[in-house]
Design a binder for this molecule. Sequence first.
Ligand code: HEM
Ligand code: HEM
Length: 221
Amino acid sequence: MPPRGEGRGRLFDVPIALQMRKVAATIPGGFEPNYVDVPWLFSIAITQLLNVRKNQMTETRIGYSTSQIALHWIIAALVLFQLFFGESMTTVVDAAEDGAAVSSADQALGSAHYWIGISTLALVLIRLLMRVVSGAPEPAESGPGWMRIAARGSHGLFYLLLLLTPIVGLLAFYIGDPWGDIHSLNKPVFVVLISVHAVAALFHQYWLRDGTLKRMLSPGR
Ligand code: HEM
Ligand code: HEM
């Protein structure tokens, strides 16, 4: 395996600017940047991204990067905040429908719910992009085969929920029911999934002793 930083698929191994200069050299009369060039500039960027991914697929990741770990815990904290204090948003929405007053605490928590929910969506999109570009380690080999299937399935379900919940939340806020009722269903689903996920992480770390929790705490290649 090549040493870290050498021959590894990284986003800027072949700088996009270098490629652009090569392409520009083939244009008669020189290269004047123009908005009509955006599609092919975009296609070069996408090709670069896919090349990097292809290089990385040949190499097995054994750990998460520092940014992936940071995003995991930041998003987990934001989701827990939403689950603990989400009912204030329900109170605000119900009071607006009935023309009733709300306490200043509910008002502040409702507003926080809005902005934290949108921030969570943005961070999840960044996290997914990062996962596509730099990959993620395979689930630990320690347990039976069904455990690896369950790990992959539950992680996929997490990503789906992390995307759909804020989107449906926006629909609930701007359109109302039935989106409000659908959005509220996220709470029990998240609570079950997070509980199983946390117990599984602890079981892997302290019973199977395969370092699963540790790799979400300290970065590895
Ligand atoms: C990961 C992100 C989110 C989570 C985990 C979440 C969670 C929750 C929870 C637990 C409730 C309370 C449900 C109840 O009363 O039983 C709620 C209500 C609500 N949330 Fe979110 N939320 C998220 C994002 C958002 C976003 C981005 C918006 C819109 C900007 C939003 C708008 C609402 C609305 C309008 C309600 C009241 C629904 C109703 O009862 O009509 N949420 N949310
Ligand atoms: C709202 C709370 C949480 C959410 C939404 C969440 C979400 C996720 C997701 C989507 C992954 C897959 C990462 C990937 O491969 O791309 C993951 C991995 C992981 N999570 Fe969480 N998580 C939460 C809370 C927790 C807690 C409380 C713990 C520890 C007790 C934990 C421990 C782990 C570990 C150890 C992994 C790595 C699993 C592996 O490498 O196979 N998570 N989490």
